[in-house]
Design a protein around this ligand. Structure first.
Ligand SMILES: C[S@@+](CC[C@H](N)C(=O)[O-])C[C@H]1O[C@@H](n2cnc3c(N)ncnc32)[C@H](O)[C@@H]1O
Length: 491
């Protein structure tokens, strides 16, 4: 039996060697692993601790043995359909297109276990690049578990690793074998030769040798076992290992609200990928968001739904060129995109965490108030909108939201007052005119309705046609212009 004090030292040692959150994820596992090693080596706990703390070949071998007992190597080919589709349809074609002259691509599967993920990349590239043999493709598969790496190098897998593949793919890329009494599958040589396996401890090792300038890095289902501070450090390290324009993809929500340095999030319906900015000093940074694949066509709403991610500068719908986003900016962008894609649960969770961390941030409070409003938590929406106004009493946008909340309560007079207040603070607030027009229309006040619509139309003329006007669910300025014209003519 390990004394608690020795056990705590061992736990710290493992955590500082691997970055793993041993406390949270595996006291029992650690106890079992250590008991097994003490038994095999016939050492008392104190000597075992000393062995792990020493340097040299014996210590390294012991770390390998312990790590292979401690880590979770679960993986399979084509893991996570959504992310694989994003790789196949968006990221890899973009990278291939960009590399068409150099014909060179460098990919890294970190925490690759036995290599299922690295080989999945190899298969995807083979399918996407018809003349791949004329390309210079490097796919690195790295892990802290040497036993898994050795297994990966052999390219032999059991049925469990192939469970997401259909029979066509299995027949195309594998040969069935029987080893002993076990059925297993050997990957074909053209796929095997694309992947190189190496030991790399994400937490401890530096980006030396081949570990820089990657077009794509996958680090999926690895951070779930890491301490929070370790996640942040490793994510920054991986972002640094990207070539300009390269992508980092982690498992879902594995980075929580962390956005690594030097990358911007690109959002897809299925996942987020982080793209290294081409040149941090460039005057015109890269577009922040990926154009999402087409969604169902939008109908022009008679009244917009409670849905906005508006900030002060967006009131006119104009998007000025953005400076490189800070971590907070990047997190807010992620939340806004989640909001836009109606992922309310996730957006709320992140926004609440953001506001808890940055209670004085106007944008966080404002965003959170819209999210609460959209899920019908009006009391909380009110508190957050008022908090946003405490932070910035001259912001017009919270008045717009408060007007919606007043309308929800059936207080049309208060709603109109609040919209007028928003317009007083920002006379170019197109959506406030449209809302006001809708309220006047409800009351049958044709003159005021018309006046407010004409004012909105005048403002829309100054907005580039393709610009989305908040909070109208993605409607562009030109679509809104047609809608308002129509209302003026026939409304
Ligand atoms: C659950 S597997 C994920 C495999 C694959 N990425 C996937 O998503 O299917 C997690 C892997 O991370 C590895 N790992 C844990 N800590 C690591 C570290 N500090 N450096 C490198 N790899 C590590 C483990 O050995 C394990 O093979």
């Amino acid at each position: 039996m390990l004394e608690e004090e020795k056990f705590a030292s061992l736990r710290n040692l493992i955590s500082s060697h691997t970055g793993m959150d041993v406390e949270d994820s595996g006291d029992d596992k650690l106890r079992q692993a250590v008991a097994e090693r003490l038994n095999v080596l016939g050492l008392p706990p104190a000597r075992y601790l000393a062995l792990l703390e020493a340097r040299g070949g014996e210590t390294e071998r012991e770390w390998d043995a312990l790590v292979s007992l401690m880590t979770v190597g679960e993986s399979y080919f084509f893991r996570d359909k959504g992310q694989i589709e994003v790789l196949r349809r968006w990221l890899l074609p973009e990278l291939i297109e960009r590399a068409r002259f150099t014909r060179t691509l460098r990919l890294w599967s970190t925490g690759c276990s036995r290599g299922e993920e690295a080989y999945t990349l190899a298969i995807l590239l083979r399918e996407l690049i018809p003349d791949i043999d004329d390309w210079n493709i490097e796919i690195w598969g790295t892990d802290i578990n040497r036993q898994a790496l050795r297994q990966g190098g052999k390219g032999i897998f059991d049925a469990w690793s192939l469970r997401a593949l259909d029979s066509v793919k299995v027949a195309q890329y594998f040969t069935e074998q029987v080893v002993g009494a076990q059925r297993c599958w050997l990957l074909t040589a053209p796929i095997r030769k694309l992947v190189t396996f190496r030991y790399f401890n994400l937490f401890k090792d530096c980006l030396l040798g081949p570990f820089s300038g990657f077009d794509l890095i996958l680090c999926r289902n690895v951070f779930i076992y890491f301490r929070r501070d370790a996640i942040s450090a490793v994510a920054d390290k991986l972002a640094n290992a990207l070539a300009p324009g390269g992508y980092l993809m982690t498992g879902h929500a594995e980075l929580h609200e962390i956005c690594p340095n030097g990358v911007i999030p690109r959002l897809f319906p299925e996942t987020i990928a982080y793209q290294r900015v081409r040149s941090p000093s460039a005057d015109h940074p890269m577009p922040i968001m990926t154009p999402l694949p087409p969604r169902t066509p939008l109908k022009i709403p008679a009244r917009p739904r409670l849905s906005s991610n508006q900030t002060g500068e967006q009131l006119t719908g104009m998007r000025p060129p953005k400076p490189l986003p800070s971590r907070d900016d990047a997190e807010l962008m992620v939340i806004k995109e989640l909001h836009k894609n109606h992922e309310y649960g996730l957006a709320l969770e992140r926004a609440e965490r953001f506001v808890a961390r940055r209670p004085e941030d106007f944008r966080g409070n404002y965003l959170l108030s819209w999210l609460y409003a959209d899920v019908g938590r009006y009391e909380q929406a009110l508190v957050c909108a008022e908090q946003a106004l405490n932070i910035d009493p001259f912001a017009a946008a919270p008045y717009f939201l408060l007007a919606h909340l007043a309308e929800e309560r059936g207080d049309v007079e208060e709603a109109k007052r609040l919209l007028k207040k928003a317009l007083y603070l920002d006379p170019a607030y197109t959506s406030a005119y449209l809302e006001l027009a809708a309220l006047y229309a409800l009351e049958g006040d044709e003159v005021r309705t018309r006046k407010a619509r004409i004012a909105a139309l005048d403002l829309l003329k100054n907005i580039p046609g393709q610009t989305a006007v908040e909070p109208y669910c993605g409607l562009t300025a030109s679509q809104l212009t047609s809608y308002v014209r129509e209302m003026l003519e026939h409304g």
